[in-house]
Design a protein around this ligand. Sequence first.
Ligand code: MLT
Length: 261
Amino acid sequence: MMPDSTVRLSYERHGNGFPLILLHGYPLNRTIWREALPFLEDIADVILPDLRGHGESPVPAGEYLMDTMAADVIALMDELKIPQAILAGHSMGGYVALSLLKMYPTRFLGLGLVATQAAADSPERRQGRMETVEQVKKNGTSVVTDAMISKLTSKVELYPQLERIMAGASVDGLVGSLLGMAGREDARAWITQITVPTLIASGGKDAINPRERPEEMATLIPKSWWVELPEAGHMPMMEEPQATGLALRSLVISTLAKKPL
Ligand code: MLT
């Protein structure tokens, strides 16, 4: 299926150096990365977009194909005149990152996959998402946000910040993302062909994405290394910002060491 037309993403930009684009997960926004920035902004031009349907970006109706969200990111890179970047994605942002690597392999020199997976939804998960779509349409966004917070992290001190972030969720944004995630492809068949340095980072206590998922990506992606943060859950950049920031820093350094001058 051809991606729908792109939307103009809202973003923020911090630091100096080679472009590093960080994509947030669902139903979150770009601010999840803020605590990790001090470990990155002296070596990277860090670009934090809000994906469509999230944060301050436009919220179109309809299904958000991962390929369409990916095309939005390419449109932002083109607008900012960034021919090539290092890319990292968290959870749903990781699905979008894989789509970007597949569709636009020459635009990305390094890849970070944070608390995410290459597998598609199981039939049960897909069914669950469809039921959530109906509930969100009927009862509003709190159906998702109330149920999700304790799955994101067990660190209750992060709840006020996460509640503020998820308060920005909209019915169309949630529905579009749920439909898009439910329909995403199984990327395990092709990630063996990724040739760029790839960081896989995960929390040892992730209640959403079990340990087998990062492990199988580390097995399949040739130039990958896996950093597991034993005490983190699904939000390692907020739960352990220093360790996550330094892992991303190692991705930038490894990528630039291999980049032809
Ligand atoms: C996310 O954190 O982006 C989502 O929970 C991912 C998913 O539901 O598959």
